[in-house]
Design a protein around this ligand. Structure first.
Ligand code: ADP
Ligand code: MN
Length: 516
C-alpha cells in the first residue's frame, strides 16, 4: 500500500498547526512528486484533529449551524461521534504504519535505535481477557467514557490579537459543514467533497441537509420492506463501534451482513480473521449475536434470569444495560456447557459486552436452515428425532440445563444433524420454573415430530419423563402440570429454608431429594 501515485498536495493545502504540534517528526516534505496513501491519510488526520479541536472550542456552533434539524428524534449527533471515532481508528492505524516507516528510516543500520512505541495508537487487545468489563485496554480512545461536558465559551471567540478566531469564522464553519455531510444517509451522494478541503457555507450546507433529510424520508417510505432499516436501527452507534473494533483488530476479517433480526437480537455473519493469541483459533465463518439494548422485549424475560440463582446476587444491583449483557453472558456460559458435553451447537469465540461472537452454523454465508424450514426425508426426520431426544437428556443431565425455548425455530439442520442454538434463556432444572419450561420444550418437540410423521415420537408427558428421569404418572395434561408445579414448589420451599440451591430432582418419581 505504499506508493499509489497520488500527486503531492499543494504546500498551502498542507497540514495546519494541529498537525504540526501532534506529529513527532514535523511536517512532511513537500519535495517528493508522489506520496504514499499514508501521507494522504495523514493530511486527513490533520484535518480531523483540527475539526476535533474546533469542536471542543465551539460546541454551540454545531447547534447553530444545524438549525431546525435538531429534534428529539434526530439521532444524527450520536452517529456523528461514532463516525468520527471510526475514522479516528482508521487514521490511527495509518498513523502507526507511518510511525513504523519513520522508525525504520531513522534507525537504519545504526546500532543505537530509537523507538516510537509510545506514540503508537493502536494496541492489540488481549483476546484472552474474558472479563467482559475490561474491554480493549486502549483507554485513549475509549468510546464508552462519558463525553466531556461541553462548556459554552463565554465569549464567541478564542485566541489573542490577530490570531483571534470567532465562532462564525467562515473557514472553520465551512470545513465543519463539509465534514458533516457524512451524516447524510448513505444513499445520499455527497461525492468526494468530504475528502477535500472544501468549505461549505452554512446556507449551502443547510439546503443540502434539508434535501438529504427529505430524500431519506422519501426512500424510507419507498422501502416498505422493513427488515433492513430495522436491522440497521437495531445496532446503535456504540455497538457498531464495537463491531468495527473487532474488524479493526483483525479478529474478524469482514462482517458481511445480517442473518436475522429478532425481537431480542440481531445476528450477523462474518468471516473470521486472526487471533491475537496462537492457541485460539477463530473459525473461518462466525455468527455475531448482538443482544438488543432496547429493553422493552427483555422485560418479559425477567423471570428467566431473576430466579436463576447463578445470577441472583447480581440481578438487583444491575442497571438495564448490564442486564442485557447478562443475557449474552448466559448464552456464552450455556453454550460452553453444551460444547463440553459434545452437543452440536455454536462454539463461543468471544464475548464483548452485549455482543457474542460464535462459530457460524452453515457455509459460505448461508446459514443452516431451521428445522421448521427444511424438508427432511422420513429417515432423516426419525434420525433427527432420536438425536434431539438424546440431546435433551444430555442437556438436562450433563449440562444441568433446560433449553427453555426449544422448538423447530431454534434447531438448525446442518451436516446431516441437528444443532441447538439460542440458549440465552436456558436455565437449570431447579430454577423455580425450570420444569415448566422443560414441559413446554417437550410439547414443542413432540408436536413437531408427531406432525412430521415420526410414529415413534413420544408424547409430551412421556418425553418429559424420559428427559428428566422423573416419573410423573398423571395421564392428562392438567394433572401432569399440577404435579410439575408441586415439585417446583417443594424446591422453592427448600431454598427458602436452607438458603441454598443444592437440589436435584430424584429420578424415581419421589419428591425431590437434596444433596447437601
Ligand atoms: P433470537 O433470540 O433472535 O431467536 P437466535 O440465537 O435464535 O436469536 O438467532 C436468530 C437466528 O439467527 C437463528 O434462527 C438462526 O437462523 C441465525 N443464527 C443464530 N446463530 C447462528 C449461528 N451460530 N450460525 C448460523 N446461524 C445462526
Ligand atoms: Mn431463536
Amino acid at each position: 500500500m505504499d506508493s499509489v501515485g497520488v500527486a503531492a498536495a499543494a504546500p498551502d493545502a498542507g497540514p495546519g498547526p494541529a498537525w504540526q504540534s501532534k506529529c513527532p517528526w514535523g511536517a512532511p516534505s513537500t519535495t517528493s512528486i508522489s506520496c504514499s496513501l499514508a501521507d494522504v491519510m495523514s493530511e486527513q488526520l490533520a484535518k480531523e484533529l483540527q475539526l476535533e479541536e474546533e469542536n471542543a472550542a465551539f460546541p454551540e456552533v454545531v447547534a447553530a449551524a444545524e438549525g431546525p434539524f435538531i429534534t428529539g428524534e434526530n439521532i444524527d449527533t450520536s452517529s456523528d461521534l461514532m463516525l468520527a471515532q471510526m475514522l479516528q481508528m482508521e487514521f490511527d492505524r495509518e498513523y502507526d504504519a507511518q510511525l513504523r516507516r519513520e522508525e525504520k528510516k531513522i534507525n537504519g543500520d545504526s546500532k543505537v535505535s530509537i523507538s516510537f512505541e509510545n506514540y503508537r495508537k493502536v494496541h492489540l487487545y488481549d483476546s484472552d481477557s474474558s472479563e467482559d468489563e475490561v474491554d480493549w485496554q486502549d483507554t485513549r480512545h475509549d468510546p464508552y467514557r462519558a463525553d466531556k461536558p461541553t462548556t459554552t465559551p463565554r465569549r464567541g471567540f478564542i485566541g489573542k490579537g490577530k490570531d483571534i478566531t470567532t465562532k462564525h469564522d467562515e473557514v472553520v464553519c465551512g470545513r465543519k459543514n463539509t465534514a458533516r455531510m457524512e451524516n447524510f444517509a448513505p444513499e445520499f451522494q455527497v461525492g468526494d467533497g468530504i475528502g477535500m478541503d472544501l468549505k461549505l457555507s452554512n446556507q449551502v450546507f443547510n439546503a443540502l441537509k434539508q434535501h438529504a433529510y427529505s430524500e431519506e424520508r422519501r426512500s424510507a417510505r419507498l422501502h416498505e420492506k422493513k427488515e433492513h432499516s430495522t436491522a440497521e436501527k437495531a445496532v446503535d452507534p456504540k455497538t457498531r463501534l464495537l463491531l468495527y473494533k473487532m474488524v479493526n483488530s483483525g479478529m474478524l476479517e469482514t462482517i458481511t451482513g445480517c442473518i436475522s433480526t429478532g425481537k431480542e437480537s440481531v445476528v450477523f455473519h462474518a468471516y473470521g480473521g486472526k487471533s491475537a493469541t496462537e492457541d485460539k483459533v477463530i473459525p473461518p465463518e462466525c455468527a455475531i449475536k448482538v443482544f438488543k439494548t432496547t429493553l422493552n422485549e427483555f422485560k418479559n424475560r425477567d423471570k428467566y434470569i431473576k430466579d436463576d440463582y447463578r445470577f441472583k446476587d447480581r440481578f438487583s444491583k444491575l442497571n438495564p444495560r448490564k442486564i442485557i449483557r447478562m443475557w449474552a453472558e448466559k448464552e456464552m456460559h450455556n453454550l460452553t456447557r453444551m460444547q463440553n458435553a459434545g452437543i452440536p451447537c455454536p462454539q463461543v469465540v468471544i464475548l464483548k459486552k452485549h455482543v457474542l461472537v460464535m462459530s457460524f452454523i452453515g457455509q459460505d454465508q448461508v446459514p443452516a436452515p431451521k428445522l421448521k424450514d427444511v424438508t427432511l426425508s422420513n429417515e432423516d426426520m426419525k434420525k433427527a428425532y432420536y438425536q434431539i431426544l438424546n440431546m435433551m437428556q444430555q442437556l438436562y443431565r450433563e449440562c444441568n440445563l433446560v433449553h427453555a425455548d426449544l422448538s423447530e425455530y431454534n434447531m438448525l439442520w446442518h451436516d446431516g444433524k441437528v444443532w441447538l442454538i439460542d440458549v440465552s434463556q436456558s436455565v437449570e432444572p431447579t430454577h423455580p420454573h425450570g420444569l415448566e419450561f422443560l414441559f413446554r420444550d417437550c410439547r414443542n418437540v413432540s408436536q413437531f415430530f408427531q406432525k412430521g410423521g415420526v410414529a415413534e415420537a413420544l408424547n409430551e408427558r412421556e418425553l418429559f419423563n424420559a428427559v428428566s428421569g422423573l416419573n410423573i404418572t398423571a395421564d392428562n395434561e392438567v394433572d401432569f402440570q399440577a404435579e410439575i408445579e408441586a415439585l417446583e414448589k417443594m424446591n422453592e420451599d427448600h431454598v427458602q429454608n436452607h438458603g441454598k440451591k443444592l437440589a436435584t430432582f430424584s429420578s424415581d418419581g419421589d419428591p425431590p431429594i437434596y444433596d447437601e
